[in-house]
Ligand binder design. Structure first.
Ligand code: ADP
Ligand code: MG
Length: 708
C-alpha cells in the first residue's frame, strides 16, 4: 500500500514544495488573468472583492482541493484562546434526484458563521450582539491539511462580531499592519521615494522540547498543564553544554524529516533546525514573510510539531518552562519593515540618502520601544513565561535594546556632530556624509538582550513559545507606527527634510538612549542600572496585563484604529481569566499528585523500611538498623511537610476562587496560590530523592530529559 505520509520518497523537494498551498502560482495558473490581477489588488488593499470574483476563486479553489482528495472545507480562525479554531463543512450538495454534487460558493468562501458563543469574548458579544462571523483573509493563502481523517481545505479568516468588534487575534494584526503601512509611506514620501506599500515582515524561531510519549502519559502534570509541577534535578542537567548544536539523534532526525516534509507541502519554508541549549530541546525557523502570514504559519508550525511528534510516539512540549532548573522555551520574533519595491527599511544603506532613511526608521523603533516598553512586555506575558521573564533566567523582564557598539557610536557621533567612527573623515551629518561601514554581522553575541538589532532586523526575544505571535506583533507594529506618525508630522512641515531628519535622529537618541544597553542583560548590575534609568521591570503577567488598559495604551490603540477601549478591556479580562484558570489547573493537579501519588508511594516505602527493620531484628537480634530508622524518620517528616503544604495550598485555592473581582482573583492566584505551589513542590522533590526509584509513581527528569 502506498504510504500516504511519505510521498517525499523519490520526489525532488521543489515538486513537493507548496503542493498543499493555494498560493500565488496556483492562482496564476488556475484563474483568468483579470481575476488574478484583481485578487492581487485586493491583497494589497487597493480594491474590495466583488461577488463575481469570489465566485470564480471559490470554484477554482474547490476544483484544486477536490483534485487533491478534499471532501470538506473550513474557515480557520484565531480566537482569543491563542489557539486556532475550525468548523468543517463538506462540499456536498444534494440534487433533486437523490445524488450529490460538490459545491463551494463565493459566499461560503468569503463569509462563515461559526456558532461561536463559547469562545471567550470578554463580554463583547453579550454587550453588543450575540453572533460573530468569519471573513476570508485574502492576504494569507488557503491550504490543505491531510491526515488520517482525510483532506480538508482551510481558509484563513478573521473573526468579527456583527457590530464590527474584533473577536480574534487576526483583526488587530491586520489593522496594525495597515497602520504601519500608512505611517511608513508618509515618511518615504517626504523623502522622495515612491514605494506604494510597506509591510511588516516577521520570521519567528520556535523552540520546543520532545519527550517520549510513554513517559508523558504517566505524568498528570504534563498531560493537564504542559509542565512538570514536581521533579528533582537529576545528577546531570545542561551544565555540560553538550546539547546545543550537537548531533541530532536519529529518532529526532527522523521526526524532523517528516516535519519538514509536511511543512514544505504546506508551502512553509522551514529552513533551519538544531538542538537547543537544554537536553531534548530543539528549534525550527522558517524564512521570514509578511507579518500576518508568518503568524498563521507559526500556528501551523506549532500544530504540525505536535501532530508529527505523535506519529513518532513523541510528545512536543511547547510550554515556556516545562522543567524547573532547565532552560525554558521562547520564540525569537525577527521583525522588520520592507517596501513593495524590495527595500528592507532597517538595512543600513550604502549612500547618505539611504542611510538617512535607515536612521529615521531605526530611530522610530528606539523611540517606540522606550515609550511603550510596558506594552511590549505585556505582549509577551503569559503564565508560562512568568517562569522565564523576571525569574532567574533569560531574557529578563526589563525591556532594553541592543544596538551594538558600532551603531551606537554612529548615533553618539551624530548627536555630538562629531567625526565618524575612529577613522578620519567628515563630520557626520545625516543625508550628507557617509556613515562608517557597519560590520555585516552585528549580532548580539551574548544573546541576552530582549530586543536586539541584528544587522537588518530586530529580534524580540521575550515572546512566549506556546502562544500565537500575533499580540507581540500587533504591539510592535502599532508603537512603531505611532513613532513614525510623530516623525511624519515634523517632516511634512519641514522646508529642509534632511536637516529635520538630522534633528529627529539627535533628539530621539538624546531622549531615548536610556533604553539602549549593549552589555549582559542577565547580570544583577543591569537590574540596578535599569532601575536607575527608570526602565520598567514588570515581573508578572498580572502586573503586565494592566499595561493594556492604561490611558496611554487606550489612546494609542484608538488613534491608529487597532483596538477600541471596549475591545482592549474585553481582552484584558480574557487574559487575566486565562491566567487564573491556568494556575487553578496547576494547583489542582499538584494537590492530586501530592495526595494521591507521592504520599502513598512515600508511605509504602516507609512501611517497607519498617517491615525490614522488624524482620532484620527478628533475624539478627542486635543488628544495627539505625540507618533504616533514620531514613524512616526523614521520610515521615517530609510526608508531613507535603501534607501540610498541600492542605495550605487547597485552602489558598479555595480563597482565591471565591474572589469576585477579576483583578483580585488573578492577584490571589499569583501572590498566594502560586507561592504555595512552590513550597509544596520542595517536599515532593525531597521525597523523590529518598524513596526507592523503582517505587516512584511517575517518570523522573532523567527519563524525561535524557531518554529518547
Ligand atoms: P539567527 O542567527 O538568530 O538564527 P537568522 O539570520 O538565521 O538568525 O534569522 C532568523 C530569522 O530571521 C529567520 O526566520 C529569518 O528568515 C528571519 N529574518 C531575516 N531577515 C528578516 C527580515 N528582514 N524581517 C524579518 N525576519 C527576517
Ligand atoms: Mg535568533
Amino acid at each position: 500500500m502506498e504510504n500516504k505520509y511519505n510521498y517525499f520518497n523519490n520526489k525532488p523537494i521543489p515538486e513537493i514544495y507548496g503542493v498543499n498551498c493555494f498560493n500565488d502560482s496556483v492562482m496564476k495558473e488556475r484563474l483568468p488573468k483579470s481575476i488574478y490581477k484583481e485578487i492581487q489588488n485586493v491583497k494589497r488593499g487597493d480594491l474590495e472583492m466583488t461577488h463575481e470574483t469570489a465566485e470564480v476563486v471559490a470554484n477554482a479553489m474547490k476544483d484544486w482541493a477536490i483534485e487533491r482528495g478534499a471532501t470538506h472545507f473550513t474557515h480557520w480562525f484565531q480566537p482569543l484562546t491563542g489557539l486556532t479554531a475550525e468548523k468543517h463543512d463538506s462540499f456536498i450538495s444534494p440534487t433533486d434526484d437523490g445524488r450529490v454534487i460538490m459545491e463551494f460558493s463565493g459566499k461560503e468562501l468569503i463569509k462563515g458563521e461559526p456558532d461561536a458563543s463559547s469562545f471567550p469574548s470578554g463580554g463583547i458579544r453579550a454587550t453588543f450582539e450575540a453572533r460573530g462571523y468569519t471573513v476570508w483573509d485574502v492576504s494569507s493563502p488557503a491550504f490543505l491539511k491531510e491526515d488520517k481523517t482525510g483532506v480538508t481545505l482551510y481558509i484563513p479568516t478573521a473573526f468579527i462580531s456583527y457590530t464590527g468588534e474584533a473577536l480574534d487575534k487576526k483583526v488587530p494584526l491586520l489593522r496594525s499592519m495597515e497602520a504601519i503601512n500608512k505611517q511608513a509611506l508618509r515618511i518615504l514620501k517626504v523623502m522622495g521615494r515612491n514605494s506604494k506599500r510597506v509591510t511588516a515582515t516577521v520570521g519567528p524561531e520556535q523552540e520546543y522540547f520532545l519527550i517520549d510519549e510513554e513517559y508523558f502519559n504517566k505524568r498528570p502534570d504534563l498531560i493537564l498543564s504542559g509542565r512538570t509541577l514536581f521533579g528533582a534535578m537529576p545528577p546531570k542537567g545542561q551544565e555540560m553544554e553538550d546539547h546545543y548544536f550537537g548531533t541530532i539523534k536519529e529518532r529526532v532526525a527522523d521526526f524532523m524529516r517528516e516535519l519538514n516534509l509536511e511543512l514544505w507541502k504546506l508551502g512553509i519554508s522551514a529552513k533551519t533546525q538544531h538542538n537547543e541549549v537544554a537536553p531534548n530541546q530543539f528549534e525550527i525557523a522558517p524564512i521570514f514573510s509578511m507579518c500576518s502570514v508568518a503568524t498563521d504559519t507559526n500556528q501551523l508550525v506549532m500544530e504540525t510539531l505536535r501532530k508529527i511528534a505523535g506519529r513518532h510516539k513523541l510528545v512536543c512540549l511547547l510550554h515556556e518552562k516545562p522543567f524547573a532548573g532547565v532552560n525554558g522555551s521562547g520564540k525569537h520574533n525577527n521583525w522588520s519593515m520592507s517596501t513593495d519595491d524590495g527595500i528592507n527599511l532597517l538595512e543600513p544603506g550604502s549612500n547618505p540618502q539611504e542611510n538617512a532613511s535607515f536612521l529615521v526608521f531605526i530611530s522610530a523603533v528606539i523611540k517606540a520601544v522606550d515609550t511603550y516598553a510596558g506594552l511590549l512586555r505585556m505582549s509577551a506575558a503569559n503564565a508560562g513565561n512568568d517562569h522565564r521573564l523576571g525569574a532567574n533566567e533569560a531574557p529578563p523582564a526589563i525591556i532594553s535594546i541592543f544596538l551594538g557598539d558600532p551603531l551606537q557610536e554612529i548615533f553618539e557621533n551624530i548627536s555630538r556632530g562629531e567625526k565618524g567612527g575612529n577613522k578620519e573623515g567628515d563630520f557626520i551629518k545625516v543625508g550628507q556624509t557617509s556613515l562608517p561601514k557597519l560590520p555585516r554581522d552585528l549580532t548580539d553575541r551574548n544573546r541576552t538582550s530582549p530586543f536586539a538589532f541584528t544587522g537588518n532586523k530586530f529580534e524580540f526575544r521575550m515572546v512566549p513559545s506556546s502562544d500565537t505571535i500575533s499580540g507581540p506583533n500587533v504591539v510592535l507594529n502599532t508603537v512603531v507606527a505611532e513613532a513614525l506618525c510623530q516623525f511624519a508630522e515634523i517632516l511634512e512641515k519641514s522646508n529642509n527634510v534632511i536637516d529635520s531628519i538630522n534633528k529627529i535622529v539627535i533628539d530621539t537618541y538624546n531622549t531615548h538612549k536610556r533604553i539602549i544597553f549593549n552589555g549582559n542583560n542577565y547580570s544583577e548590575e543591569w537590574v540596578a542600572e535599569a532601575a536607575k534609568r527608570g526602565l520598567p521591570n514588570i515581573k508578572t503577567t498580572v502586573d503586565a496585563l494592566q499595561e493594556m488598559v492604561k490611558e496611554s495604551a487606550v489612546e494609542l490603540f484608538a488613534k491608529h484604529k487597532i483596538l477600541s477601549k471596549v475591545e482592549l478591556e474585553s481582552r484584558f479580562h480574557i487574559y487575566l481569566e486565562k491566567y487564573s484558570k491556568q494556575i487553578n489547573i496547576e494547583a489542582g493537579t499538584m494537590i492530586e499528585m501530592a495526595n494521591l501519588l507521592i504520599f502513598p508511594a512515600a508511605n509504602r516505602f516507609a512501611r517497607e523500611l519498617a517491615d525490614s527493620v522488624n524482620s532484620i531484628k527478628a533475624a539478627v537480634k542486635d543488628a544495627d538498623t539505625s540507618v533504616q530508622e533514620g531514613l524512616i524518620r526523614e521520610i515521615l517528616s517530609n510526608i508531613k511537610g507535603l501534607k501540610t503544604k498541600s492542605d495550605e495550598l487547597a485552602a489558598e485555592l479555595k480563597k482565591a476562587k471565591s474572589l469576585e473581582d477579576i483583578v483580585q482573583h488573578a492577584k490571589a492566584f499569583r501572590e498566594k496560590v502560586f507561592v504555595k505551589m512552590a513550597e509544596l513542590r520542595v517536599y515532593g522533590d525531597i521525597l523523590e530523592k529518598l524513596v526507592d526509584k523503582k517505587a516512584w509513581p511517575f517518570p523522573t527528569y532523567e527519563e524525561l530529559l535524557f531518554k529518547l
